[in-house]
Design a protein around this ligand. Structure first.
Ligand SMILES: [Fe+2]
Length: 219
């Protein structure tokens, strides 16, 4: 008898608890407090896989052609991101009598490369593809040689930058021709007018620093 009595009390307490909880929830919803709470820690399936393109887009370019160009552009993007970061590394770590001018020049080139990164990444998205974005993925994809973490002399810094530029320049010329062959004039224009010309100009500004000219007394 006592057992059934306790059981009944337990049910009544549970029912009351649930009713109160529901009332509290309704009250906070009505006052707007419940809805003002951000829904945190959310995850869901990807909406598009890397290495895929949107099947239908009104661009007059088949998905097969766009897929091929996206792959070429992602290689250029990964290498441009690596070169951009190499400039910042050198901007921070440069030392010696040319510190001031190189500190500024490296940062100028960094900014121009960062602009190219955005243009190439958005071109990929325009074509219905997915741009490579995070450092981990860039590190796996890039063809630019990894420099040491430590500081290096100016001629070594400039040599590494020039080698990175040349890698990109070769890829860009080849990819620009392929884009033209596939009828993607927009990508061809971006690659030639922006990426190629910026890289060629930066090569000129850098390589002049490796000419052994006398500083004070003529030879
Ligand atoms: Fe800075």
């Amino acid at each position: 008898m006592l057992y059934y009595g306790l059981l009944g009390l337990n049910f009544r307490l549970t029912f009351r608890y649930m009713k109160t909880r529901k009332q509290n929830h309704t009250t906070s919803s009505n006052s707007g407090l419940g809805r003002a709470q951000p829904v945190l820690h959310q995850r869901a399936r990807e909406t598009q896989n890397y290495n895929s393109v949107t099947p239908e887009l009104p661009l007059g370019l088949s998905s097969e052609k766009r897929e091929e160009i996206v792959q070429l552009l992602n290689q250029i993007l990964a290498d441009t991101m690596s070169l951009r970061d190499l400039y910042k590394k050198n901007h921070w770590q440069v030392s010696g009598p040319t510190f001031y001018q190189l500190h500024l020049l490296y940062d100028k080139h960094y900014g121009e490369q960062a602009e190219l990164v955005d243009q190439v990444a958005e071109r990929i998205q325009i074509l219905g593809g997915i741009s490579v974005a995070m450092a981990h993925d860039v590190a796996e994809l890039t063809n630019i040689a990894r420099p040491p973490r430590g500081r290096e002399e100016v001629p070594v810094q400039i040599s590494r930058l020039l080698e990175a530029h040349e890698t990109i320049i070769k890829e860009v010329r080849k990819s620009a021709r392929r884009a033209a062959d596939l009828g993607d004039d927009g990508s061809n224009d971006l690659l030639v007018s922006d990426v190629l010309r910026t890289n060629e100009l930066q090569v000129w500004f850098l390589s002049e620093h490796l000419v052994p000219m006398p500083l004070v007394i003529a030879k």
